[in-house]
Design a binder for this molecule. Structure first.
Ligand SMILES: NC(=O)c1ccc[n+]([C@@H]2O[C@H](COP(=O)([O-])OP(=O)(O)OC[C@H]3O[C@@H](n4cnc5c(N)ncnc54)[C@H](OP(=O)(O)O)[C@@H]3O)[C@@H](O)[C@H]2O)c1
Length: 345
């Protein structure tokens, strides 16, 4: 197809075991808007948001046009819109993108330059693609939502990171250590516990057992900050118990049950949601902060302060490999990040 491109899309919302759930499709290459980069995608990562959207409607819901998922990419800038100022063709970039635009599971992809960073020089495309969505989430949660000091003024305070070995946890542990916090991460299996320690966690406890009891045994009955990367309602009562007065809690996952916000009142605890798509979704005035933070994360990587969170690579990028990736994420025991690279010729 002239100006065509390979992509993986869905037209129906099906279980991942169904070969129709994600399909190889040929689409037209899109044209950049004013602030857009047209990126030739070389590597993508998979996040739980992809699987949640794939499952979000009933099997009777149809898309007239294939819907492309995927919100993590690394690639080469192929062309730029008329008002682009930060990038030029040939730049290597990494980014997550916007939930209200087509995703990055396509050979060519449009993204607003204000939410893109230059790829870390010391990472190849695969290692770079593992980072953006989770790094944006962790950075915004720690520094913007919970007000932790990036300059080290929170030194010695303690953060509990629930779900430490997954995609978000792996990078959140590392960013919290850059902020000189004491990090207590949770993981339930020897391999995920070992991974949390490799990412820099000072202590690891098990989220399938009593968190307050385990913290007591660490001589740390209360923590200053909690980042919960897992079920909000499952961990709510324990979080309320172990958060220090005037502490801060940040959650990422929608509740399916009501939680008791009053439980935080006596301790004057701040509760915050983090949704890393808020800035691009609402085109907030400060949306360029995501460009800045991805630039900061790339600097940390190139300075050797952040190690890769990539644990598994599948190649090439196609529907079969994406179905495999979705199935692994849906099992709920990811360690680090799964990346897909390259397109078959
Ligand atoms: N709001 C946002 O902007 C945003 C951004 C990114 C992600 N999220 C959401 O945050 C969640 C985590 O994302 P992710 O990318 O880190 O996922 P992930 O990589 O799939 O997380 C897997 C990890 O979760 C741990 N885990 C599983 N069940 C748990 C539980 N009940 N309590 C504590 N930990 C548990 C597992 O540890 P063990 O195997 O050791 O049990 C595993 O290492 C997802 O629901 C995702 O959709 C939201």
């Amino acid at each position: 197809m002239v100006n065509g491109m390979k992509a993986v899309g869905l037209t129906r919302y099906l279980p991942v075991t169904d070969p129709q759930s994600l399909q190889d499709v040929d689409l037209l290459r899109p044209e950049p808007g004013e602030r857009d980069l047209l990126v030739r995608v070389e590597a993508i990562s998979v996040n739980p948001v992809d699987t949640k959207i794939r499952r979000s409607k009933g099997p009777d819901d149809h898309e007239a046009f294939p819907r492309v998922l995927g919100w993590d990419a690394a690639g080469l800038v192929e062309a730029v819109g008329s008002k682009v100022t930060f990038f030029q063709p040939g730049n290597e970039v990494y980014y997550a993108g916007s939930i209200i635009r087509p995703g990055s599971n396509s050979e060519y992809h449009l993204v607003d330059e204000r939410i893109v960073g230059k790829k870390p020089r010391s990472f190849d495309m695969a290692h770079a693609a593992a980072l953006p969505l989770t790094a944006i989430t962790a950075y915004e949660a720690l520094f913007d939502r919970m007000g932790i000091s990036i300059e080290g003024e929170s030194a010695g305070k303690t953060i509990l990171i629930i779900g430490g070995a997954g995609g978000v946890g792996s990078i959140a542990i590392q960013i919290a250590k850059i902020a000189t916090l004491r990090v207590i991460a949770t993981a339930s299996r020897p391999e995920s516990q070992g991974w949390c320690r490799k990412m820099g966690a000072d202590e690891v406890i098990d989220h399938t057992k009593s968190i307050p009891d385990q913290l007591q045994r660490l001589n740390c009955s209360m923590v200053d900050y909690i980042l919960n990367n897992a079920s909000t309602e499952q961990h709510w009562a324990q979080m309320c118990k172990v958060i220090r007065p005037l502490g801060r809690i940040c959650c990422l996952v929608d509740t399916t049950e009501a939680v008791d916000l009053n439980a935080l009142k006596k301790k004057s605890v701040n509760f915050a949601w983090e949704f890393m798509f808020t800035r691009p979704m609402y085109q907030t005035e400060d949306m360029m902060e995501q460009h800045k933070l991805l630039t900061q994360v790339a600097c940390w990587v190139d300075a050797g302060m952040i190690q890769s969170t990539l644990t598994e690579t599948l190649s090439p990028i196609n529907a079969a490999h994406l179905r495999t990736a979705h199935a692994k994420l849906e099992a709920g025991h990811m360690i680090g990040k799964l990346v897909l690279t390259g397109w078959s010729s």
